[in-house]
Design a protein. Structure first.
Length: 177
């Protein structure tokens, strides 16, 4: 079987889930994950960078995101989320540099990478155990001895939150085999 990349909504929801922040509440209105201000004439100003990624509205499943049809979320757009203004019978599944940059630099990923690290720190005590739990949660498998040594060294040098972001940006996290 050919491997396939997770859809944008799946990536977002899994990041929330493994950071123990996913709001599973069902129903209700969609959450606007952008700042909306009056614009010129009838076109409002939509700013995704001003949305607080730590707010309760950011934790809901992606299916409850309010879509502004003509101005898609740049993070979701980078991960090939279809635009809300077009019918999409099949999705693109590209692999681009923009996706890796979005997964490394986006405020949402950075914040929930820190939350993932906080979860690891609260659940286990040693660096090795944190690496093992991180791999089990994000990759659905235990790490090898070599991976434990490499990942512990990385966490000691760059911090546990950056290790979590590294794991979230890995091919093994982004793809289903």
């Amino acid at each position: 079987m050919n491997r396939s990349r997770l859809d944008a909504e799946q990536v977002r929801d899994v990041i929330l889930r493994i950071s123990d922040c996913l709001d599973l509440r069902m129903g209700g209105p969609g959450d606007m994950q952008f700042d909306l201000q009056p614009g010129i004439h009838v076109t409002p100003k939509v700013d995704y960078t001003k949305f607080d990624v730590a707010s309760p509205g950011a934790r809901r499943r992606s299916v409850y995101r309010f879509l502004f049809r003509t101005l898609p979320d740049p993070f979701m757009d980078a991960l090939d989320c279809p635009a809300g203004d077009q019918l999409t019978p099949s999705r693109n599944a590209s692999v681009t540099v923009q996706q890796a940059l979005a997964m490394w630099n986006n405020a949402f990923v950075a914040h929930y990478g820190e939350r993932f690290a906080a979860r690891l720190e609260s659940e286990v005590q040693t660096a090795e155990d944190r690496v093992m739990l991180a791999c089990e949660l994000a990759l659905n498998r235990p790490p090898t001895r070599e991976e434990i040594a490499d990942l512990v060294a990385y966490a000691q040098k760059h911090g546990l939150a950056n290790l979590c972001r590294l794991i979230l940006n890995s091919n093994e996290f982004m793809f289903i085999n």
